[in-house]
Design a protein around this ligand. Structure first.
Ligand code: UDP
Length: 384
């Protein structure tokens, strides 16, 4: 009898692979330990207010990738939404990412774009040639004052580490603009799924041939019952942490309700030490096409992920690389298992990249099956 495919995890990675392989004629079993699909993108309506809540923190879909955008639009209408983040520091409110308004307001000036670019270049530390750390990247491109006001303290709160220990790649997520564009993202497409992320993922996974087992942990020992396993859980958990625990940050949310408009924006960061939390998300602003009397907010606190916590952000410091390499090497020796997604490859991935990689993973699997070649453990180099 033809064996089926097991997929561990019903987040974007698992759902997209299930969808693609079921369409190609495979029988797919999806195992999800939580009571819902969509992983950390899960959204649900708050019973009291009716507000659509991003249960594991804010998720804004943004991409330049045509294939990922076309794919998600097949399953949901995307409503226009532009993330315009505000930041509180030293008793004032600014706009992020750092743009001409931020710079002019911060320094009490009225500079035009070229003047501001020149001004910031003069503040940057030009002795830093090839910034490797978060701190060097910030000092090189925005200078000490803006770094300390907007990045240093927020980053310590978010990562529990000094920015000098973190890679420059984290800061490179944020642009610096010399115009008044305060769109947090620079991507061509941006929006919110009209009925939330869970409805979207449910539609992706809802294909004949796919069976979803919620509240069900997959035991790696049963991998032999399947033709192939796609695993989107934490790579270290698959190997029972044989090489030690890879470090993650987890988040705690303090939820509170109010009426009307609590803060006037979806996301407000607190970049200084005036609050322990990193940001407050007011969820109703993610659905500006809806009207609700009540409002639901999350104050977000970050801390080290312990054994029974939900892992959110992989902490990829240079000193953890060896441990990760050991996991990658043993994963490569594991036949018929492919490691996918944020947790399977231990990378800080946005949703669109996750979806695009899942589509590439399914393509690769079908190609390998056709050519009778073994499917690799990784389709994307996790160290790349
Ligand atoms: N960051 C910061 N100050 C801010 C916003 C972000 O220092 O006001 C830094 C922080 O280290 C954060 C990183 O930039 O982890 C990436 O920010 P992003 O908004 O992309 O984080 P996410 O929404 O994925 O948590």
């Amino acid at each position: 009898m033809k064996k089926s495919i097991a997929i561990v995890g019903a987040g974007f990675s698992g759902a997209v692979i299930a969808n693609q392989l079921a369409h190609a004629g495979y029988t797919v079993e999806v195992f999800e330990s939580r009571p819902h699909v969509a992983g950390n993108c899960h959204s649900e309506r708050d019973a009291e207010t009716g507000v659509m809540v991003h249960a594991y923190g804010p998720h804004i879909f943004h991409t330049d990738n045509e294939r990922a955008w076309e794919f998600v639009n097949r399953f949901s209408t995307f409503k226009p939404f532009v993330n315009r983040v505000k930041a509180i520091t030293n008793g004032q409110v600014f706009t992020l990412p750092i743009n001409l308004l931020t710079i002019n307001q911060f320094f009490g000036k009225t500079m035009r774009p070229a003047e501001a670019a020149e001004f910031l270049a003069a503040l940057g530390d030009k002795t830093i040639d090839n910034p490797q750390t978060f701190e060097d990247q910030a000092l090189r491109f925005v200078g000490r004052e803006l770094y300390e006001a907007f990045f240093k303290t927020y980053t310590v709160k978010q990562w529990g580490l000094d920015p000098s220990e973190l890679p420059a790649s984290i800061l490179k997520r944020l642009p610096v603009r010399f115009n008044y564009d305060d769109n947090y993202f620079s991507h061509k497409y941006q929006g919110m799924p009209e009925d939330g992320y869970t409805a979207l993922v449910q539609k992706i996974i809802d294909v004949p041939g796919v069976t979803v087992h919620l509240n069900t942990r997959f035991d790696p020992a049963s991998k032999g019952d399947y033709e192939h396993v796609f695993y989107s859980g934490p790579i270290d958990a698959w190997f029972k942490h044989s090489e030690g625990r890879l470090p993650y940050r987890t988040l705690d949310f303090k939820m509170f309700r109010d009426t009307g408009d609590y803060q006037g924006n979806a996301v407000i960061n607190v970049c200084d030490n005036s609050q322990e939390y990193t940001r407050i998300t007011e969820h109703k602003h993610f659905s500006p096409w809806e009207t609700h009397e009540g409002t639901v907010c999350y104050a977000e606190y970050s801390r080290q992920c312990e054994e029974n916590d939900i892992p959110y952000y992989p902490i990829r410091m240079a000193r953890d690389k060896e441990q990760l390499e050991r996991y990658i090497n043993i994963a490569k020796q594991e036949p018929n298992v492919t490691f996918v997604g944020r947790l399977g490859t231990y990378r800080y991935l946005d949703m669109d990249v996750t979806i695009h990689e899942a589509l590439s993973t399914s393509d690769k699997f079908l190609e390998c099956a056709r050519d009778k070649q073994p499917m690799p453990a990784f389709v994307v180099n996790p160290l790349g």
